[in-house]
Design a protein around this ligand. Structure first.
Ligand SMILES: Nc1nc2c(c(=O)[nH]1)N[C@H]1C(S)=C(S)[C@@H](COP(=O)(O)OP(=O)(O)OC[C@H]3O[C@@H](n4cnc5c(=O)[nH]c(N)nc54)[C@H](O)[C@@H]3O)O[C@H]1N2
Ligand SMILES: Nc1nc2c(c(=O)[nH]1)N[C@H]1C(S)=C(S)[C@@H](COP(=O)(O)OP(=O)(O)OC[C@H]3O[C@@H](n4cnc5c(=O)[nH]c(N)nc54)[C@H](O)[C@@H]3O)O[C@H]1N2
Ligand code: SF4
Ligand SMILES: [Mo]
Length: 883
């Protein structure tokens, strides 16, 4: 066993510290780092399951040109020459980098320096454009720079927490655990979300807001605060500009509670209760996330929240802040180094003075003169041919950008696409001319910044596999091959970090809050041993809370209140497309599933993309709960299972964003999304696309269990998706054809396999069952039926783990399951694999509290990510018994 290493979780922006113990053959045991201030030892279901994602399964381990393995020298040469030649022929703006908040700060710094400093174009943008761009723009306008005022301690200290478009129970679970503790001490929660999420379920007040009406609600709050004497005049007079104009602009709308409630689709009492609670609670934190940012009015939404905080002085004080919570592990690092097209570097922009300063620091006379293309525009320009060479690093735009069908057209049309990724195949790398193998979590080494400005180290746990290299190194090698030798001659990530830290302090003199100057002199050993620290970093240490003295980073030191007008969504629903399609995350998957899709325990909480629809809407549209629905928007279509739930607002639909060609080709969300963006931030409106639904009309369904990830057999009009299990993959099918189609699929799926075929047919039900047994073990199991329920998958999948099938199980494989086996159903507790059925059974046996459930089943006693859901299931059980 090697020594324990401290590192940071690669998933969300909470930035949890991990104490990891690497073993032989990439074995890994890990636990939360009790000393890390972000998580104090806790981890959520995704962090806990990291060991299941570090195998080399599916990894890209060598540079590839098309499908041929090549050397690093050849790949680097080709990338450098093609970029250089494209620039020579068409100018620097004919090339672009599209990067990601999953890069380390050192990687980001290197990529940004190459594009903006030495290629001389602003064309580097990041997936943070899809994520944080609206908050960044609002911070810049209100505070003078992209500054997050608060820190996690404020969440402990707050008496009121408002979740504005934030499903923390699922997306920032460890912070949610922390808030649950504060709640035990009397903190209250208000949730503003069109869906009754697991965050909303436990809140004191839930506002099921009509989509895209947040500005109206928050403007109304400001009017209320003013009308009822809750403005902090002393704070506003001393520290805020723009108060009068902002208040005056509110007069454009009727600010009566009844009018606001009607426009936001809320009960008037709920609006009044929210306003009174906000007014009465000095220690209020508002967490805003994707329900706020991912909107064509995302900047206005953030400013409306910030305005209410500024007017009441709820900022820069313990337990009080408007708090934009970050998504990715290093979205903040990207914003800091300058990875967004709209900043130059280190919180400096494109003014002549700032350009000059950065140009001198970098010794880069060709430094970019202006901002570059923002993500959505960038891919439009790729599609129209203006951008001719594109390098994608650590992101999967073919899945995650809006209007993904057009993005794929763009990638297909681009003369030169380079993709740096850890995985051999992603939906994006399918379009790559050159694929470059990057180090993954557990191998890469550097720094990340979490939501509270805390810089932590990610440390390597394993040696680099194959020929994989650090992203910063890959960029530096290409830069050197392009002739920029001196500027990219770093020997280590520590070198890169020191240079970045020095830039933040360069000619700063207290003008820029982003200052890590005190870290510029770290020795290699000090960098290696670095402990978590929050910027600004002063010689005597980090800074937890900003603006404590009421000074902001504007020319006069005052924050700005900025008038924002309420308006509707970018595309309104219409009789043709009467539903508002909302998208977002599920608890156990991360983005495009390239990593969480490797961990069977994370694939069974939400095994497939489900379309959430209100039961009354579903019935009116002719859908059936659990059957396939066709969803269409002006941009595209998808076929997914309908899930009726009254947690969804009438008129709304929700589809998760995660599924890809590898897991559910017809269940991808983003071909449906129109690319409507906020005019200032360029962030797309992922949470609102007009849509319609209809039954898909499947005539048969089936599933296929095999040891390999499989592709749907060609030549049929099938809906297909895959759920990984421990020893196998379960492939679900449905079709609209007749007997011949079913027979064709059956033949295709059993073709070419050796073994003994067990068969059972029931022509009356259109049922066909086959099991292929080889050397006593199941190799393939196929079940197709025209009517009636399909057998439970879990028990069959588990037989693929058996060394030899029991005689009775051979029959049971075909019949469905052994008579005495209990199928766990959908997994609720990922740590102990406790299913929905086991929870229902324990509840029926009297386990009616979270603690009793924990004792009876173990569920919820490790990471706790499932506790909100168990609480909800228990509530439903109690209701069912009372009814
Ligand atoms: N499990 C998991 N956790 C993650 C991630 C993941 O992929 N999986 N990704 C990480 C990343 S990068 C990010 S950015 C964060 C995102 O974290 P969140 O922002 O919490 O996640 P989302 O599910 O995208 O959206 C949040 C909520 O916004 C609501 N919403 C939609 N429209 C509106 C509206 O008009 N007004 C309001 N008020 N709310 C609305 C949605 O219904 C949804 O419940 O999560 C991070 N954490
Ligand atoms: N419909 C809809 N779409 C959305 C959203 C939504 O709410 N709704 N949310 C948006 C948001 S907030 C975000 S942040 C994006 C996320 O979307 P993406 O960034 O596209 O999603 P990921 O799956 O995280 O992609 C990361 C890729 O980088 C690879 N990778 C991981 N680590 C490394 C590394 O160290 N180096 C390199 N070179 N590669 C690495 C992974 O294998 C994977 O292919 O999605 C956006 N898209
Ligand atoms: S909350 Fe979960 S996903 Fe986020 S950093 Fe912590 S362990 Fe990782
Ligand atoms: Mo994100």
């Amino acid at each position: 066993m090697e020594a324990q290493r401290l590192t940071t979780c690669p998933y969300c922006g909470v930035g949890c510290g991990i104490a990891a113990q690497p073993g032989e053959a990439r074995a890994l045991t890990l636990k939360g780092d009790a000393a890390h201030p972000a998580n104090l030892g806790r981890l959520c279901s995704k962090g806990t399951a990291l060991a299941s994602t570090v195998s080399l399964q599916g990894r890209l381990l060598h540079p590839m040109i098309s499908e041929a393995r090549t050397s690093w020298a050849a790949a680097t040469r080709l990338v450098a020459d093609t970029f250089a030649q494209t620039i020579a022929e068409h100018g620097p703006d004919s090339v672009a980098f599209y990067v990601s908040g999953q890069l380390l700060t050192e990687d980001y710094y290197a990529a940004n320096k190459l594009m903006k400093g030495f290629i001389g174009s602003g064309n580097i943008d990041t997936n943070s454009r899809l994520c944080m761009a609206s908050a960044v723009a609002a911070h810049k306008q209100a505070f003078g720079a992209d500054l997050v005022p608060g820190c996690y301690e404020d969440l402990d200290l707050a008496d009121l927490v408002v979740f504005s478009g934030h499903n923390a129970a699922w997306t920032h679970p460890v912070l949610f655990r922390r808030l649950e503790q504060a709640r035990g001490r009397g903190q209250s929660w208000i949730v503003i979300d069109p869906r009754r999420t697991d965050t909303a379920e436990g809140a004191d007040l839930f506002l099921p807001i009509a989509p895209q009406t947040d500005v109206r609600l928050w403007n109304g709050l400001l009017a209320f605060l003013d009308a009822h004497g809750h403005v902090d005049r002393a704070f506003v007079d001393a520290h805020v500009a723009g108060f009068g104009e902002t208040l005056a602009a509110l007069g454009a709308d009727d600010q009566s509670l009844s009018a606001i409630a009607a426009d936001c689709g809320l009960p008037e009492k709920a609006v009044a209760d929210f306003y009174r609670a906000f007014a009465a609670t000095p220690r209020t934190v508002t967490l805003f996330s994707m329900g706020s940012n991912q909107s064509a009015q995302g900047v206005a939404k953030a400013l409306a929240v910030i305005n209410a905080h500024l007017a009441t002085g709820k900022i820069g004080k313990p337990g009080a802040a408007p708090f934009s919570i970050t998504g990715q592990p290093n979205a903040m690092g990207g914003r800091e180094t300058g990875g967004m097209a709209t900043t130059l570097a280190a919180h400096m922009d494109f003014s002549p003075e700032e350009r000059d300063r950065v140009a001198r620091f970098w010794n880069a006379p060709r430094i970019s003169k202006r901002p570059g293309l923002k993500a959505v525009e960038m891919f439009e320009k790729v599609r129209s041919g203006q951008v001719k060479a594109l390098w994608v690093m650590a992101t999967n735009p073919a899945v995650s950008l809006p209007d993904a069908g057009k993005v794929r057209e763009a990638l297909a049309a681009c003369p030169f696409v380079v993709v740096s990724d850890c995985m051999t195949r992603t939906d994006t790398s399918a379009f790559a001319h050159v694929r470059l193998p990057a180090l993954a979590w557990g191998e890469k080494d550097g720094t990340v910044t979490n939501s509270e400005r805390r810089i932590s180290r990610q440390r390597a746990l394993f040696p680099a596999p194959g020929e994989a290299r650090a992203d910063w190194r890959i960029v530096a090698d290409v830069a050197q091959a392009m002739g920029f030798s001196d500027a990219f001659a770093w020997r280590s990530q520590a070198d890169v970090f020191r240079e970045y830290a020095e830039l933040t302090g360069f000619e700063n003199a207290g003008r820029r809050y982003l200052d890590l100057g005190a870290l510029a002199g770290l020795s290699d050993a000090e960098y290696e041993a670095m402990t978590p620290v929050q910027w600004p970093v002063k010689p005597d240490g980090g800074t937890d809370r900003l603006f404590t003295d009421g000074r902001f980073q504007t020319s006069d030191g005052r924050a700005r209140m900025i008038p924002v007008a309420a308006k509707g969504p970018a595309s309104a629903v219409s009789p043709d497309f009467p539903f508002a399609l909302n998208t977002g995350r599920v608890r156990d998957h991360w983005h495009t599933m390239t990593r969480t899709g490797l961990a069977a325990e994370l694939c069974r909480h939400t095994p497939e993309p489900m379309l959430e629809v209100h039961p009354a809407d579903g019935a009116a549209a002719g859908l059936t709960d659990g059957e396939l629905a066709l969803v269409e928007t002006p941009a595209g279509r998808a076929v997914v299972t309908a899930k009726f739930t009254d947690r969804q607002r009438r008129g709304g639909l929700f589809l998760p964003m995660h599924w890809t060609d590898a897991f559910a080709p017809s269940g991808k969300a983003n071909p449906l999304i129109e690319a409507k963006v906020d005019p200032t931030s360029g962030q797309p409106e992922f949470k609102h696309t007009p849509a319609r639904v209809a039954p898909y009309g499947e005539t048969w369904r089936g599933f296929f269990v095999a040891r390999d990830p499989w592709a749907a057999p060609a030549g049929f009009d099938l809906v297909w998706r895959r759920t990984p299990y421990d020893g196998c993959h379960v492939h679900e099918f449905a079709g609209r054809g007749e007997e011949a189609e079913r027979q064709g699929v059956l033949n295709a799926l059993l073709a070419g396999a050796a073994g003994e075929v067990l068969a059972m047919d029931d022509p009356a039900r259109g049922a066909m069952r086959r099991a292929l047994v080889l050397e006593g073990r199941p190799e393939r199991v196929l079940v197709i039926t025209k009517m009636g329920a399909l057998p439970a998958r879990g028990w069959i999948a588990d037989r693929f783990l058996d060394d030899a099938l029991a005689l009775t199980d051979r029959v049971a494989l075909l019949a469905g399951r052994a008579a005495d086996a209990v199928d766990p159903g959908r997994i609720v507790c990922a740590c102990f694999r406790v299913g929905e059925r086991a929870i229902a059974a324990a509840a029926a046996d009297g386990a009616r509290t979270l603690d009793a459930m924990g004792e009876a089943t173990g569920a919820g006693t490790n990471c706790g990510s499932c506790r909100p859901e168990i609480a909800r299931l228990l509530k439903e059980t109690v209701h069912a018994h009372a009814a």
